[in-house]
Design a protein around this ligand. Sequence first.
Ligand code: PMP
Length: 329
Amino acid sequence: WAFFSSLSQGGAAMANAGKTHPKYAWLNGKLVPWAKATIHIRTDVVNHGASVFEGIRAYWNVDEQELYIFKMREHMERFWESMKVTQIPIPYSPEDITKASVALLRKNGFREDIHFRPTAFVGVGEMYSSSPDEAEMGCFITAIPRPQKPTLRTGIHCCVSSWRRISDDTVPPRVKSGANYQNSRLAMLEARRNGYDNTILLTREGKVAEGPGACLFMVRRGVPTTPSVTSGILESITRATLIQLFRDELGMEVVERTIDRTELYSAEEVFFCGSGAEITPIVSVDKLQVGTGKRGRLTEKSQEVYFDICRGKNPKYREWLLPVYGRRG
Ligand code: PMP
């Protein structure tokens, strides 16, 4: 029994989780009250993580009283790629899911920064092999408030994980599937147990891949650098955005190449990027200070450029945004 009680820590945190929630979710074509957004416990998604999803942010612009979804089209493209690889076709189009997302955000009346997740899932079917003609495929969307974190300024402390990143020949990280996040979870749990905020996973070859839920950039000898899309990473939309913004707004070419672990120790700047993580400075790796130990100059500069665009304050990039309330007409 001692063994079992050692497994059940963190009950208090669990008791609090999920107490506050938005009013509505979207499930299989309908806006439904949060408590009614349920699927059966025998589904393949519940039992084996058979799902693919997107994590998308919407930014509240106080002056315009508008909520802007960032790069919806790119998220839908990746969502459909993930569905293709995992053979989870859903009876909806990218336009349907876009409209449903807008309707959900409106229905909840959000007037703050939001993170939402369209998820395509496999229903009840044959174990492991549920193909589109054997199991029902469905889709749901949940959205929650997600304010920006103070760590965008202060940064986080990371270790290099002893868990290796999943790879394209086993469970492909390019596909944003629910099951992938068991790899992320193991890595994150280890990092937190050992007193770190977050962690960096290496590929099986021992090269830098990405974080549990974000891609990685470093600035080394003045050059912004990031692992290539074949380095066991999710093809991050934020990563692609930053490569473009470094070029067009900061006049710097990002180099996409293999990164060694020890380069992280001698880099001037390291940061995570992602829809959720946004641009989060990493101020130490394995307890070795990165650069000055504070948010780096280029990290800060890229945050300024990125956040202005996300909040609709840079008209040049207006087409990256989808207004939820449409007050601008
Ligand atoms: N890698 C992983 C494993 C992620 O979960 C995320 C977040 N979706 C990212 C990278 C960043 O991707 P994106 O910029 O498209 O959000």
